[in-house]
Design a protein around this ligand. Structure first.
Ligand code: B16
Ligand code: MG
Length: 219
């Protein structure tokens, strides 16, 4: 039986993936690094410093920067990102998701947040959805980020549920890998080609309903 749901945040509940992308693109432009579709999808789900390394490595220039310079670039990206997410309102919950949260709540299914983002609590506040969740994984307290299982494993602990009874929702390939490695049931939202390792796929957040999840799982 299913006991609860672990939600990714960026790209699943909030339309913040575009802000991460925008803030990183500005850094890439300054560094004269071309922005590619691989970077666009590659930064999804992975932590801040890993995102910077992915961008620098795409141009083979990671060794040109000292640790201090990398820290400064990551901080500058985050400052810009925080300006962008400061504009979020409750209307920025992705289509269908508030309704889905209400459905889960009405069915007494508990929910937690499994985001790689240190900005997650702030975003939940801005969207006015903090109260749906029993807890938020603190990504600075887990050993390894996505695609490692740690973040989703911790999300199941917060739900006080066996991982096999937890459904994880994700928009990134790294996140689906994390859910599968944690032995949870993976739901991919977005490009099926990119998220082919998910157990269930939905083209967009607007397509996700409890009834459809139930029927896919014969639950
Ligand atoms: P921050 P998620 C992830 O959030 C984003 O997808 C990823 O692009 C970002 O680098 C990461 O959070 C860290 O975010 O810089 O705010 O700590 O998709 O796991 O909710
Ligand atoms: Mg995401």
């Amino acid at each position: 039986d299913i006991k609860g749901f672990a939600f990714d945040l960026d790209g699943v509940l909030a339309d913040t993936a575009k802000f991460h992308s925008q803030a990183w693109q500005q850094i890439a432009e300054e560094l004269k690094i071309p922005w590619t579709p691989e970077l666009e999808s590659g930064i999804k789900g992975i932590d801040r410093m890993s995102s910077l390394m992915l961008i620098l490595n795409s141009a083979g220039v990671a060794d040109n920067y000292t640790e201090e310079q990398k820290e400064a670039l990551a901080k500058r990206k985050n400052d810009h990102y925080q300006e962008l997410i400061g504009t979020l309102t409750p209307d920025d919950v992705l289509p269908g998701m508030r309704k889905f949260l209400d459905e889960l709540k009405a069915n007494h299914l508990s929910m937690s947040i499994a985001s790689a983002s240190k900005n997650a609590p702030f975003i939940l506040e801005k969207l006015a959805i903090s109260d749906y969740f029993v807890g938020v994984v603190d990504p600075s307290k887990v050993k390894e980020g996505k695609p490692a299982p740690d973040i989703f494993a911790e999300a199941a602990k917060i739900l006080n549920a066996d991982p096999t009874t937890v459904i994880g929702l994700e928009d990134s390939a790294a996140g689906i890998a994390s859910i599968n490695a944690a032995d949870e049931i993976s739901v991919g939202i977005g490009d099926k080609g990119l998220l082919h390792e998910a157990k269930i796929n939905f083209p967009s957040t607007a397509d996700v309903t409890l009834a459809k999840v139930r029927s896919h799982l014969n639950w």
